[in-house]
Design a protein around this ligand. Sequence first.
Ligand SMILES: [Zn+2]
Ligand SMILES: [Zn+2]
Length: 386
Amino acid sequence: MSEDFYDVLGVSRDASTEEIKQAYRKKATEYHPDVSDDPDAEEKFKKIQKAKQVLTDEEKREAYDRMGHERYEQAEKHGFDASEGGAGGMGGDPFGGMGGGGMGGGGLGDLFEQVFGGGGGRGRRRPRKGRDLRTELEIDLEEAYDGAEKQFTLERPEECEVCNGEGHPPDADARTCPECQGQGQVTQVQQTPLGRVQQTTTCRRCEGEGTLYSETCGECRGEGYVRNEATLTVDVPAGIQDGQTLRMEREGAPSPEGGPSGDLLIDVSIREHDEFERDGDDLRYRLPISFPQAVFGDTVEVPTFDGAAEFDVPEGTQSGETFRLEGKGMPRLRGRGHGDLYVQVQVVTPESLNEEQREALEAFAEAGGDEIEVNEGFFEKIKRAF
Ligand SMILES: [Zn+2]
Ligand SMILES: [Zn+2]
């Protein structure tokens, strides 16, 4: 088999694109390695595929005609820019270096799949994964402490049951997409200031499937999926932080090509707690104590998510002083142990005193040598005014 693309396909140099495609189909079927007895079928098949790819693309064909086989091959390997300089003697198998270049791409498996796309059996192209979806979940700090199984609902696209996600009735007639010749992809070569750049994109006409169908599914209007409300349960791990994202694999949008579904990403936010403030794996708590407790010290109970903890307020504690209760904070995510609980003591000044308390405090002040100009309460002032 000659290397020349026209010879490979057995067409004349002025063959129309349609003639080239016809010749390609015939040859591709003949040399498909699954079918052919030819020991070199695989290699020949690649050449056929390649020849068709170049000759059915107007710009590539123009470049090929202009440059000739060897220079074109070389240019493709080393970039079109460098090529225009001069041709070297490029012998041997033009596909020897496959895998690196842009145009060849993929392995042999991909090539089979492209040509025999949609034909059933081992035919289909490797289907794309479905889209990832995103949702939000709000939990309480307690739930972040213990970990929780949270149930939630989510509206998401799910595979259409009428057509099994195919988007067309099973008995619809299939034909190869004329836009991409069944490859599902379109390669364009563009002239840019930096040289020729080729870009391969998914075919818009067939959305990458390579096949067009005579009918679309009425249920999903050909989308292959419908919107449904799904109820899901997610395992929220103990110690999760506000703003972290959980991933539920395969719970996202279904693949439009029958491949695996995408994932569902769950952005977790944690509601503010009435008593605890979280700081990483630590918790902060404000503990109100009385003036005598601050003076004499006391054993008090501090709430934790793990039940009440006893805490010794030392003698002579100042308002605002902070004490650390080791291991009473949040559990560490994926780690052992817990953070700490910081207890900030707040000495509460009494807002009203009974007679006895007032006298005791006045005596206390006097004993300390403090002259206190006792401020009368508002109502007492008013009383005196009458
Ligand atoms: Zn197409
Ligand atoms: Zn459907």
